[in-house]
Ligand binder design. Structure first.
Ligand SMILES: *Cc1c(COP(=O)(O)O)cnc(C)c1O
Length: 411
């Protein structure tokens, strides 16, 4: 008899997202001609830019010639990309890394999901609420969370409420935790942490021998120049933090697949005997065993994102989305709604009128406006009462959606 990993049976989120898909399909079956606008997508919609595409094309051609063909590359990524990342994303901020500290991968999702396996299964995990569901789910699968309670919270997880009461900056836990997931700018609230707020977490981690897992997938969306784009801009972070970055939202790579994770050599955790051990070594061992590198073609494309023209095009992509974000934020604010985010992230976190459950609002918005969004409860219990709209849509469709929403009475 082969038994399954029964931790998988504890997973929750997929039910909600399956429910959302079901509701939309049911609505479409009843209203086949409805002109639906999707502001629920957490995916980019603009194509790969010309400079990046050209780089990809020439890399494809290289693969077709014996002299320039490439087979397996280094699991950690090619030096040309790693050096370009360091030179562009860190050196200008006076942050030094050697190439062994940057690991190129096929996605931040994989890396944030896989990183937990470096740490003991009895580690105590702190997760912001609401947040990107992968942090929680990967720990559910690993058996770190205990059982889910009736109120929707897992037994052993330390939740860090991230809500308007605390200005979307979670408070430190009053207990000792080992692993802390932070996402800034945060999906789904669209809010970002300041250097002072990060310093507080770095000090906590230093004092409590904890490790911060910092997801910066949206860092290029930051418009407020006082906000950090990397946790390593804050002193002490190298000893306590791993940083995840991705070309997905930055350069439209959600389908191309390329990301990178920084694991500083200074970062250490403890063996069973209480001795310090390099986390960088562990991640290198993990990646070389279970991962075979990102395609050369894709890494050449990612390198082109950093060329002067590549940077210019990428900036334009982000500005397009952020103009959408402003249209949504301004529209809803002027109509008297309370909205957060949308300034340093492509997400708008809409506080629903009191008493409306976010899952019910999915149907209400569909019925009344033919607009799709995502119920806040899909991102954690604290997301209840909120609704996420995204700026990844088409400009005209976004304007139209805002027009429909602001001319509708929901209560
Ligand atoms: C989209 C997203 C990712 C996924 O990145 P990939 O590199 O495409 O796997 C990671 N973290 C957050 C918070 C995201 O929203």
């Amino acid at each position: 008899m082969t038994k399954i990993n029964s931790n998988y049976l504890k997973l929750q989120g997929s039910y909600l997202f399956a429910h959302i898909a079901k509701q939309i399909n049911a609505f479409l079956a009843k209203n086949p001609n409805a002109d639906i606008i999707r502001l629920g997508i957490g995916d980019v919609t603009l194509p790969i830019t010309k400079t990046v595409l050209d780089a990809m094309h020439s890399a494809v051609d290289e693969m077709g010639k014996k002299e320039s063909f490439r087979g397996y590359g280094p699991e950690q990524g090619y030096d040309f990309l790693i050096n370009t990342i360091i030179e562009n994303d860190y050196t200008p901020r006076s942050i030094q890394f050697s190439k062994e500290e940057v690991f190129v991968s096929d996605g931040a999702k994989c890396d944030v999901g896989n990183i937990q396996e470096l740490f003991s299964t009895d580690s105590i995990v702190a997760i912001c609420d609401p947040v990107y569901p992968v942090y929680l789910d990967s720990n559910v699968m690993a058996g770190r969370t205990g059982e889910i309670k009736d109120n929707g919270y897992f037994d052993k997880i330390v939740y860090l409420p991230t809500n308007k009461e605390n200005g979307f900056s979670p408070s430190l836990p009053d207990t000792n935790v080992n692993l802390i997931y932070l996402c800034s700018p945060n999906n789904p609230t669209g809010t970002a942490l300041t250097k002072e707020e990060l310093k507080k977490w770095i000090d906590y981690a230093t004092k409590n021998k904890a490790i911060i897992l910092y997801d910066a997938a949206y860092r290029e969306y930051i418009t407020d120049e006082t906000l950090p784009k990397s946790i390593y801009e804050v002193e002490g972070a190298k000893k306590v933090a791993i940083e995840f970055n991705s070309f997905s939202k930055t350069a439209g790579f959600t389908g191309v697949r390329c990301a990178y994770t920084v694991v500083p050599k200074e970062l250490e955790a403890y063996t069973d005997k209480g001795e310090l051990y390099s986390v960088n070594k562990l991640w290198n061992r993990r990646q070389t065993t279970k991962f075979n590198g990102v395609p050369y073609i894709v890494q050449k494309a990612a390198e082109a994102v950093y060329s002067p023209q590549g940077k210019k095009e990428t900036k334009e992509l982000i500005e397009y989305y952020m103009t959408n974000a402003k249209i949504i934020t301004d529209g809803l604010t002027n109509a008297g709604y309370e909205v957060y985010g949308g300034v340093n992230a492509p997400y708008i976190w809409w506080k629903l009128p009191a008493g409306i459950k976010s899952i019910d609002f999915l149907d209400i918005l569909l019925e009344k406006c033919h607009v799709v969004g995502t119920p806040g409860s899909g991102f954690g219990p604290e997301g209840e009462g909120y609704f996420r709209l995204t700026a990844f849509g088409d400009r005209d469709r976004t304007i139209e959606a805002v027009k429909r929403i602001t001319s509708t009475k929901f209560v």
